[in-house]
Design a protein around this ligand. Structure first.
Ligand code: NAX
Length: 326
């Protein structure tokens, strides 16, 4: 039996947490032979609810669940963790300005980044799901100077999966047959889902669809506004699909993609004209526990314009929290 991996999940009492924890404990994220210890963080007022989720986890009698901790202290939750899923965040409340939302979250992710820096495993893999995910991941990374910045990532995988599904419906082909999709930028309606390089059984998806207006006027708005459409229909934001994307993101990062492209929000190394350190969605492949950006893709004018819109939004968010990062 392998030694257990310690996995922290923040916002454990929330709706994404409820879809996520059972799948992690059943081995869907790290493998069916990998025991896990769940270290659950939530606010003091949510501790009773976390206890309830833990009771249900116990009642599943998962063979791979080797232990659980519940706490409201980030330094307890992140102690020795090798994987940290930062899901909990401050939602926008009525009358709250975007700037106030950024600041409230910046405070949370400064504290959590510092706690990871202090107590987490030195190779911890961090995925930020809580919104604004890219900027929160950037803040956590900047607040953890002793950890490798490459180990901080933001979740673009839901956007990637949403785009895959739309392309499968449009082409009438199975989702699993689609290769080489990229989603650039911010996890927000400005993200740019780019199927120019995508193939199905070696054939170009762009040639199969051959409809720029559909790309611009249907596909991109559908993917970009999917979160809002789900809130409209369900009365609640995406939870199971978000949890699923988080599982996909970490599983692929840890276990590899066998050469397949996936999208991760990662700190830019300056490629594609994205300033260094901006937490940006890029196409990557994963191998041996590391991601590698797909390099050398041609960026045409339409794509450059789309990328600039999402980059400008991220730069504005970054400027909005710069004063908090010293
Ligand atoms: P919920 O409101 O159901 O749950 C959030 C949980 O986080 C609550 O239990 C709350 O007590 C806890 N929390 C708040 N502040 C905390 C802190 N400082 N430390 C620890 N826990 C804290 O939200 P849920 O639907 O689970 O969504 C969680 C986050 O994911 C939100 O920020 C949401 O916007 C974001 N999303 C991100 C997505 C992505 O693709 N990156 C997609 C889905 C989702 O919208």
């Amino acid at each position: 039996m392998k030694a257990p991996v310690r996995v922290a999940v923040t916002g454990a009492a929330g709706q994404i947490g409820y879809s996520l924890l059972f799948r992690i404990a059943s081995g869907e994220m790290l493998g069916k032979d990998q025991p896990v210890i769940l270290q659950l963080l939530d606010l003091p007022q949510a501790q009773t609810a976390v206890k309830g989720v833990m009771m249900e986890l116990e009642d599943c009698a998962f063979p791979l669940l080797a232990g659980m901790v519940a706490t409201d202290d980030p330094e307890v939750a992140f102690k020795d963790v090798q994987v940290a899923l930062l899901v909990g965040a401050r939602p926008r409340s009525k009358g709250m300005e975007r700037k106030d939302l950024l600041t409230a979250n910046a405070e949370i992710f400064t504290v959590q980044g510092a706690a990871l820096n202090k107590v987490a495993d030195r190779n911890v893999k961090v995925l930020v799901v809580g919104n604004p995910a890219n900027t929160n991941a950037y803040i956590a990374m900047k607040s953890a100077p002793d950890l490798n910045p490459k180990n901080f990532t933001a979740m673009l995988r839901l956007d990637h999966n949403r785009a895959l599904s739309q392309l499968a419906a449009k082409t009438g082909k199975p989702v699993a047959a689609i290769e080489k999709l990229a989603v650039w930028g911010n996890h927000s309606p400005t993200m740019y889902a780019d199927y120019r390089f995508a193939t199905i059984d070696g054939q170009s998806v762009k040639d199969m669809i051959n409809d720029h207006e559909w790309n611009r006027d249907v596909f991109l708005p559908t993917v970009g506004k999917r979160g809002a459409a789900i809130i409209e229909a369900r009365g609640l934001s995406s939870a199971a699909s978000a949890a699923n994307a988080a599982i996909d993101h970490i599983r692929d990062w840890v276990l590899g993609t066998n050469g397949k492209w996936v999208t991760m929000g990662i700190p830019s190394d300056g490629s594609y004209g994205i300033p260094k350190d901006v937490m940006f969605g890029f196409p990557v492949t994963c191998e041996n526990g590391e991601y590698k950006m797909v390099e050398g893709l041609e960026i045409d004018q339409f794509s450059r314009d789309c990328i600039n819109v999402t980059l400008n939004e991220l730069e504005e968010e970054r400027a909005g929290v710069a004063h908090l990062l010293g």
